[in-house]
Ligand binder design. Structure first.
Ligand code: TXA
Ligand code: MG
Length: 343
C-alpha cells in the first residue's frame, strides 16, 4: 500500500486534504492526524471493519479499548448512557483539551472493538485545529489510539507515524509537531471518587480545583490487582531499541557516563540542555531544567532519535513527580521498565 503524506498549513488548500481524508474514512480506511497531545490513528468509531484495521495496523492487543474523539461537545450524548455531574464540569473546564473522560457507553452505537468488551467508553474533544477540522468535516466520531506500532513511543511528528506505519496505512495528515507531546489524561468518572487511569497534561491539581477529590494511584498502588487501571497500561510502552535507565538529578552524570563507557557502552543521554557536555556519545535535549511541559514536548522525539544511533544504553534524567512531571515520570518509568542507574 502506498502511504500519502499530506501537509496542512496556512499556505496550502487544506480543505482538499480534509475531503480526501474523509473519503478514506468513509470507505472504512484509517487516517493518521495530529492532535494537541500526539498523532492519532483514526477510524470511524461506528464502523467495525474500519476499527479492526486500527488494531491490525498497530499490532494492538484486542483487549485494549480506544478513545472516541468528537468535534463538538454536544455529540458526547450520542455515545454515553448518562452524564455524571462531574463529567459535565470537566467538559466545561477542559474541553477541547487533553482530558479523556471514561463514562458508561450507550449500548449498540459504537463498533464493538472500540470498547474492547467494556461497558464504558473514553471520550475526548481534542484541542488542535487539524483534528477539529477533520472531525467537523467528517461529522462522525473517530476512534483513535496513538499512531505508533504498539510498544513504541507515541508519535509527535508525522515522520514518526511514517516510520512506524509507512506502507501499512493509506493517509497521514502532516500538521507539524504536536504541542503537549504526551497523551491525554484518562479520568474514570463512573466511580464515586473519580480515578486518574493515566496521568497527562490535565493534572490532578487542575482536576481537583474543578471537581474536588480525585484519586491518582501511585506507582506501587498501580501494581495492586484491585486498583482500577486503563487496560492499556499493563503493556510495554514507549520503548526504544536500546534499554533505558532512569537517572536521578542528584547523580554525578559525568561519572555515570564514564563508568558505562568503561564497560564498553555507547551512551545516549536524555536530559536538560545544560548536560550537553557531560560526555555522552549522543545527547538529546529535554529543554530547560525542571520544565515538565518542555520535557513532554521533546521526550518521545528524543526516545525515537536514540533508535537512529548505535547507542547501547539510554540514560534519561528523572524529574519531580508533581504537576505534569507525574505524567512524564509515568511514561519514563514505563520506557525504562522501572530500571534506575545508580553509581
Ligand atoms: O492523547 C491521547 O489520548 C491520544 C490522542 C491520539 O488522542 N490517544 C491515545 O490513545 O493515547 P491510546 O489508545 O494510545 O491510549 C488510550 C488509553 C489506553 O491505555 C486505554 O487502555 C485507555 O486509554 N482507555 C480507553 N478506553 C478506556 C475505557 N473505557 N476504560 C479504561 N481505559 C480506557
Ligand atoms: Mg498509545
Amino acid at each position: 500500500m502506498e502511504t500519502i503524506v499530506a501537509t496542512v498549513d496556512n499556505n496550502v488548500n487544506s480543505h482538499q486534504t480534509y475531503l480526501q481524508a474523509v473519503h478514506y474514512l468513509n470507505n472504512s480506511e484509517v487516517v493518521a492526524f495530529p492532535t494537541e497531545t500526539v498523532y492519532g490513528l483514526g477510524a470511524v468509531a461506528t464502523d467495525e471493519v474500519a476499527v479492526k484495521r486500527i488494531f491490525e495496523a498497530k499490532g494492538r492487543p484486542s483487549d485494549n479499548p480506544l478513545i472516541v474523539h468528537i468535534g463538538t461537545v454536544e455529540e458526547v450524548n450520542d455515545y454515553i448512557e448518562e452524564m455524571p455531574a462531574v463529567a459535565k464540569k470537566c467538559m466545561e473546564a477542559f474541553w477541547p483539551g487533553p482530558l479523556t473522560i471514561v463514562m458508561k457507553a450507550k449500548p449498540g452505537v459504537l463498533a464493538k472493538s472500540v470498547t474492547a468488551g467494556l461497558m464504558t467508553v473514553g471520550v475526548r474533544m481534542p484541542d488542535h485545529p487539524v483534528a477539529l477540522a477533520l472531525l467537523q468535516t467528517l461529522k462522525k466520531p473517530l476512534a483513535a489510539p496513538s499512531a505508533n506500532r504498539s510498544g513504541k513511543p507515541s508519535p509527535t511528528r508525522a515522520e514518526h507515524v511514517a516510520k512506524d506505519l509507512n506502507g501499512i496505512i493509506p493517509y497521514i495528515i502532516d500538521g507539524g509537531a504536536t504541542g503537549i507531546g504526551i497523551e491525554s489524561t484518562v479520568l474514570d468518572v463512573t466511580v464515586d471518587v473519580p480515578v486518574i487511569l493515566r496521568p497527562g497534561g490535565v493534572t490532578k491539581e487542575m482536576l481537583e480545583t474543578v471537581i474536588g477529590s480525585v484519586v491518582e494511584p501511585t506507582q506501587a498502588e498501580q501494581k495492586i490487582e484491585s486498583t482500577p487501571k486503563a487496560p492499556g497500561m499493563k503493556y510495554t510502552h514507549y520503548a526504544p531499541d536500546a534499554p533505558v535507565y532512569l537517572i536521578d538529578q542528584e547523580t554525578d552524570i559525568q561519572q555515570a557516563i564514564s563508568q558505562l563507557q568503561a564497560q564498553g557502552h555507547k551512551v545516549a543521554l536524555l536530559a536538560p540542555y545544560s548536560f550537553e557536555n557531560a560526555g555522552a556519545d549522543y545527547f538529546f535535549s529535554l529543554g530547560e531544567q525542571a520544565n515538565a511541559e518542555q520535557m513532554g514536548e521533546y521526550l518521545y522525539d528524543a526516545l525515537r532519535r536514540c533508535d537512529q544511533t548505535d547507542a547501547t544504553l539510554i540514560l534519561a534524567m528523572a524529574i519531580e513527580k508533581n504537576g505534569v512531571g507525574t505524567a512524564i515520570m509515568n511514561r519514563l518509568e514505563k520506557a525504562a521498565g522501572e530500571k534506575w542507574f545508580r553509581l
